[in-house]
Design a protein around this ligand. Structure first.
Ligand SMILES: [Fe+2]
Ligand SMILES: [Fe+2]
Length: 349
């Protein structure tokens, strides 16, 4: 029996990003009909972008890493610090998604994307582990940086302390105060952590790719950055969607708080970039990283309709192109073709 058009319309009308009905005819287990196309689009794009780290060759990376002259000490430090940050950051993100964000989101199409995102976070964690193992890095050193390195600890601390409701199992949405708290923490989660805190490392790692250094590692970071830009864009759509459904949450005080937090994150990210490359690398100096971080922060604010805070130019316009992997380079298309020819080659990136 098919649902009548009035039933379908009623389902669409009842559905909400948060605080939607959780039982009966309108419960979040019935996907049809789709109301939030942005979430299904993100889900499909995530599937199209699917990749697996262990299919990416690391032989040249291993040779370069083991060679005395393959990389400078400063370049090695960048790799270790980026891995040190991401090994824990991606796990914190996955933890928040699965244990907290998911249960408050009542739109089934958004929940589908959250599942896809959670899987991608696991792929990323797998990728870092694969790089650490391939290069023969000291795993204890890398996986302990979240508490041993101040610049990493400060970012993780901001992520943790700014999402208390997400981390509280008793937290519930449904009042204006709680909904505003949830929205604020979504901003912190998607726009600060995934939108500001990841990008110095991405810029540094992709600069290796530009010089054909550590090609397997850089390629993995390129895919991770592509995934992360999807996560962030989904988060932006989610935040803007909740704002549309509950405009009263978006008060001038709220906007001020969000602006302050994004600006605070930019400062922490700049300190992290300095820690990662105290003398700069590959023609990227610490000052330009500060500008890049501020530029990214302003872009994130603009994405949720907030005026820029810093007003600086992008010092790395090449970053915009770095995530734009042509469709013909789709991971599985490439892999299938190369499986047929009996070789795995990705060195045309
Ligand atoms: Fe991730
Ligand atoms: Fe992510």
């Amino acid at each position: 029996m098919t649902a009548s058009s009035s039933t379908l319309a009623a389902r669409v009308n009842a559905r909400r990003l948060i605080n939607g009905p959780v039982e009966g005819e309108f419960n979040p287990f019935i996907l049809h009909p789709i109301k939030y196309a942005f979430a299904m689009d993100a889900y499909k794009t995530g599937n199209d972008n699917h990749w697996l780290p262990t299919a990416i060759p690391m032989q040249r990376d291993i040779e370069q890493w083991q060679s005395q002259t393959g990389l400078t000490d400063d370049e090695r430090r960048v790799v270790k610090v980026a891995l040190g940050y991401f090994t824990t950051a991606d796990s914190i993100v996955a933890n928040n998604l699965v244990l907290a964000v998911y249960r408050h989101i009542t739109a089934p199409e958004c929940r589908m994307y959250l599942l896809r995102q959670a899987y991608e976070e696991a792929i990323h964690t797998n990728s870092y582990q694969y790089i650490v193992e391939s290069l023969g890095l000291d795993e204890e050193e890398i996986f302990s940086m979240y508490r041993d390195a101040r610049a990493i600890h400060d970012k993780d601390q901001m992520t943790a302390t700014h999402t208390p409701a997400l981390l509280d199992p008793a937290f519930k949405t449904g009042t204006p105060e709680a909904d505003q708290q949830f929205l604020r923490e979504l901003v912190d989660f998607y726009i600060v952590t995934e939108g500001v805190f990841f990008y110095s490392s991405f810029a540094a790692m992709l600069s290796f790719r530009q010089r054909n250094l550590l090609p397997g590692t850089a390629e993995q970071f390129q895919y991770i950055m592509r995934d992360e830009s999807m996560h962030m864009n989904f988060g932006i759509d989610l935040v803007n969607g909740i704002r549309t459904e509950q405009p009263d949450l978006w008060t001038p005080d709220f906007v001020r708080e969000v602006t302050d937090r994004v600006a605070e994150a930019a400062v922490l990210e700049e300190q992290y970039a300095l820690f990662m490359m105290p003398r700069g690398i590959l023609g990227l100096n610490a000052e330009s990283f500060g500008d890049y971080t501020k530029y990214v922060a302003d872009r994130r604010l603009a994405s949720i309709g907030i005026a820029p805070h810093f007003g600086v130019q992008n010092p790395y316009p090449w970053m915009a192109e770095a995530i734009d992997i042509p469709k013909s380079k789709n991971f599985f298309e490439t892999r299938v073709t190369e499986y047929r020819s009996g070789a795995l080659q990705f060195d045309d990136f």
